[in-house]
Design a protein around this ligand. Structure first.
Ligand code: SF4
Length: 193
């Protein structure tokens, strides 16, 4: 049976636009803050997972490529990926990496270190990224944009790899934003699972 299409099923396009804009100018990476704020706002004020269920561009991208286009091999997701220990550990690691981006940007602001125009994949592989009009903003803001784009791109690659091998939305089983918003929702509505 064919599932009904809704406008929000097309939100996967935002993921494509976002990562494409990073090739135009790295400063567009700052738009990624929307992906950090929106799920939190939905969880804090709505107390629900509506953002995850409908409006998350990454969730829709995984659904589109994995389910609709059939790019997922649909192997069962290993139990440990669902485990609270792994989800919590990955969330702490992810936000620690985000904290590292803030720290590096602060160091650039203090002129302790200089702006590094690279994209870092998987937290260790660096690629020079020269198409960036970083003079439009302070070096610290530009450094933050490089870091945020690196984090978003790394997590996108992990999400796509998990989608290809496991089920389409495997990433959502341990997505740091999903883990965080779920705990917020549970606190607001203790009966909600
Ligand atoms: S779990 Fe993460 S990637 Fe999945 S829909 Fe929610 S915010 Fe998006």
């Amino acid at each position: 049976m064919k599932t009904q299409q809704h406008w929000y099923h097309n939100l996967w396009l935002w993921s494509v636009i976002y990562f494409s804009l990073g090739f135009v100018n790295i400063l567009f990476a700052l738009l990624g803050l929307i992906s950090f704020c929106l799920p939190l706002l939905f969880a804090i004020f709505g107390g629900n997972k509506l953002f995850c269920n409908r409006y998350c561009d990454r969730g829709q991208l995984l659904r589109f490529f994995g389910s609709q286009l059939g790019f997922s091999r649909r192997h069962d997701i290993p139990q440990w990926m669902h485990s609270n220990g792994f989800r919590l550990g990955f969330m702490i690691f992810f936000f620690a990496m985000f904290g590292g981006i803030l720290y590096t940007s602060w160091m650039v602001y203090l002129e302790t270190t200089s702006l590094k125009e690279v994209i870092t994949l998987f937290w260790c592989i660096e690629f020079p990224w020269s198409w960036a009009a970083t003079t439009l903003v302070s070096p610290a803001v530009a450094q933050f944009a490089f870091g945020l784009y690196s984090l978003m791109l790394t997590s996108e690659f992990i999400a796509l790899a998990a989608m290809f091998y496991y089920r389409p939305r495997t990433w959502c089983a341990f997505c740091p934003m999903g883990t965080l918003t779920q705990s917020i929702c549970k606190r607001k509505l203790p009966t909600q699972r």
